[in-house]
Design a protein around this ligand. Structure first.
Ligand code: ATP
Ligand code: MG
Length: 221
């Protein structure tokens, strides 16, 4: 389902952000990616969601070989995955409802389906009372929950979440992790970066630890 072989990414500088990454995540697995700031977590997620090209190596995700993917196939590839960005990337001029429904609008789903599914997701992340507010009217944690709902609304086979609990208090973090567990139980592969070692300890999942662009440890958390 997700496979990296000999993946390198070098930014101008040069900064070697990823060095010989080899990993395999099977369909339906839940895997944490831990590592200090600057270790390469976001870079790893960007190359696996086709936002950045690796400098070398091969990546396969959701049946797509990202080395061979054509630019006109990328929108179809993106429908197969859900991405929660570290900086949310919410549209400032759209409401909570409009941000979350966007992937379904783009896909051209029926209006009644969009309405029901979007409201269901909004309820699952506990934002029904903020449905018609704009991102700048929300707290950091609320914006984070909008980003999570938007990443899940189209029921992707793979969810990539970059620090999805980074701005949440412990209680809300647990709720969000429960939500990720629930989508995982329904069959979605979850790959989740986090700084929060206590959170990782409380959930027994596979953990990949990255440091200076190298996967240094693989363990069951
Ligand atoms: N566009 C860029 N140009 C040059 N260097 C970059 C760029 N983006 C990231 N880097 C560098 O690549 C390395 C990995 O960055 P990355 O954002 O992947 O780390 P991270 O593990 O996500 O960190 P954090 O936990 O702080 O989010 C860092 O040294 C960073 O400074
Ligand atoms: Mg990051």
């Amino acid at each position: 389902m997700i496979e990296f072989s000999h993946v390198y990414k070098t930014y101008p500088g040069p900064v070697q952000a990823l060095k010989n990454i080899n990993l395999k995540i099977e369909k339906g697995e839940f895997v944490f990616l831990t590592g200090p700031s600057g270790a390469g977590k976001t870079t790893l997620f960007k190359v696996m969601s086709a936002y950045l090209k690796p400098s070398s190596g091969n990546i396969k995700v959701a049946g797509y070989d990202l080395n061979k993917i054509k630019s006109n196939e990328i929108p179809f590839f993106r429908r197969r995955i859900g991405v929660v960005y570290q900086d949310f990337k919410l549209l400032k001029d759209r409401t909570v409802y409009e941000n979350i429904s966007l992937p379904l609008e783009i896909r051209g789903d029926k209006n009644s389906y969009i309405y029901d599914k979007t409201n269901d997701m909004i309820e699952q992340v506990g934002l029904t009372h903020k449905k018609f507010m704009f991102p700048q009217q929300l707290s950091g944690g609320e914006q984070q929950r909008v980003a999570i709902a938007r990443a899940l609304v189209h029921q992707p086979g793979v969810l990539v979440a970059d620090e999805p609990t980074g701005n949440l208090d412990p209680e809300l973090s647990e709720e969000i992790m429960d939500l990720l567990d629930k989508v995982n139980a329904q069959g979605t592969t979850v790959f989740c970066a986090t700084h929060d070692h206590d959170l990782v300890k409380r959930r027994s999942k596979k953990v990949l630890d990255i440091n200076s662009g190298i996967i240094v440890e693989k363990k069951i958390g």
